[in-house]
Ligand binder design. Structure first.
Ligand SMILES: [Zn+2]
Length: 146
């Protein structure tokens, strides 16, 4: 049986926001996955940036997404680089493409997945990792297709 992917430990993570990322994390706290979209030309951008790379506008909208994506890339971390990570192995940092946000990619973790089931291009859906400090992290799990 394949090992199951886990999430990194919450005590190693401290969220810091700014005016460009705060709306993302406020929506995440309510378990809503959103992506920044230019208020002028409708180009999505991830991560949020002060200026649209297409038209240089600073206007932003934050439409809610379906939470469905496609596994674009991943790696399996099987060795603890610090002792605090040992109980959280293996974990799977990943890039998930979000088709309903113009194909932007979110850096995330794949959780609850048998490692031998991971495959580039497989469908994934958001799940929320609710941390003790009130922060909710969007992670993704494999979507069963059977
Ligand atoms: Zn724009």
């Amino acid at each position: 049986m394949s090992e199951i992917s886990k999430a990194p430990p919450p005590e190693l993570f401290t969220l810091t926001t700014d005016q460009w990322t705060k709306p993302f994390w406020e929506a995440a706290a309510a378990h809503r996955l959103v992506a920044p979209k230019c208020g002028c030309c409708s180009t999505f951008r991830m991560p949020p940036t002060p200026f649209c790379p297409n038209c240089l506008s600073q206007a932003l909208e934050w439409p809610e997404l379906s939470g469905h994506g496609v596994l674009y890339s991943y790696t399996i971390v099987a060795r603890a680089i610090i002792p605090e990570m040992a109980a959280h192995l293996p974990y799977v940092p990943a890039l998930v493409e979000l088709p309903d946000a113009g194909g932007v990619r979110l850096i995330t973790n794949i959780v609850g997945a048998p490692l031998d089931a991971l495959e580039i291009g497989c469908p994934v859906e958001v799940v929320w990792d609710d941390r003790p400090d009130g922060v909710s992290i969007p992670c993704f799990r494999l979507v069963r297709t059977d």
